[in-house]
Design a protein around this ligand. Sequence first.
Ligand SMILES: [Zn+2]
Ligand SMILES: [Zn+2]
Length: 465
Amino acid sequence: MNSSIQFLGGLENVTGSMHVVEANGQKILLDCGLYQGRRNESYEVNRHFPFEAESLDAMVLSHAHIDHSGNIPNLIRSGFHQPIYATEATKDLCTHMLLDSAHIQEEDIRFVNKIHRRKGFPPRHPLYTTKDAQHSLKRFFERSYEKPFLVVEGATCVLYDAGHVLGSAIAVLEIAAKPKSIRIAYAVDLGRASLPILRDPVIPERLDYLIIESTYGGRLHDDIQKAKVELKTVVEKTIQKKGKLIVPTFALERTQEVVYYLNELIREKSLPPIPIYVDSPLASNLTEVFRNHPECWDDKTRNMLKEGKDPFGAEGIEYIRDVEESKKLNERSGPMVILSASGMCESGRILHHLKNSVEDPKNTILVVGFMAKETLGRRIVEREKSVKIFGEPHLLRAEVSILNAFSGHADQKELLNFITQCGKTLKQIFIVHGERSQGETLQEALREQGIPHSLIPERGQKVRL
Ligand SMILES: [Zn+2]
Ligand SMILES: [Zn+2]
């Protein structure tokens, strides 16, 4: 019988990851991510799947990021009724991430429908609702790292730690075939060695095929240790100026990493205790999930627990869920650190904090993540003289610091290392999840290392195994 991989989403861009592996006639969906682009286009792309949802036999989810998990509620709504396999931590993170995403979908449609009503257009329905998200969580089945399980008749799967975010996995599928079985690894997204909290990515063996991300296929990151050193410098400056350090951050992983480093710096007495506020209900909930899954932590973080220390709760750290408490921060004077979402400053509580602090040179805005074009975050990175917040112009007089060392994705060197360590049995490497130029640079680097058999698949392309 034939087996194949069809590449359906998250190819030459980093959102909407989705691929189908056909194993002797049974279909396994790898990820079901939300495509994020312009509003109307995204709505159409996400709404219609390029397959019949009920024709799938199983799904394997690599990790909880919305660009990998965010279209699951719509998949269930479209008729998928088979199991979704993921690690327990991924499942727990998705509980919060998918409900939050559903809430955003509902709010967004409310806004769109206001405009539609005015223009006399028919109303739109949200991509999915909170109810759909709740319903989809019932389809999740937890699987432990490194324990093989039957994913469909005639194919097993093993999840290995991907070292990207809590619970993230490299899925290795083994499909029964003659004369020998076919082994495919799905390493999208792939993390980095030495990230705080997480273990290093595991190198899977005896592979025939590898599907790998290329977000930074053509770039090199700063050493992650540099992040902690630079963070210390920025906080010290904030203390001197008695200002506020505003950190726009993603609720999953980056928040916990920044808190972890701040915590470490305070414990080591490299920094004096300073009030730190994590002002995001989602980030607060996700941090609870981090606490509940020490089985995903690296040795260093686990040792902290043994010594009775809380990696996410040093003296002075406060998690804020209540809106009124959040507003009160505006009246308080510095020095203090405020971490808030959204990461690109497009929505959420971070906007209130920015509005309240961008005009004062005492304050600093610390950028710790990628800021896409056309976002407020990018305008801040580019240090525009005046930025619009809630539609009003504000002079950008606060200092802007950019910390490039934080990244949960392997860079070119780390990708090459991973691929070469996967061994010489690889028949083909599929490069996905990255802009074309990043994928091509990685491909070129692979050729230089004597690895010629890589392919950047087109959307919809099906490759026989
Ligand atoms: Zn990811
Ligand atoms: Zn991704």
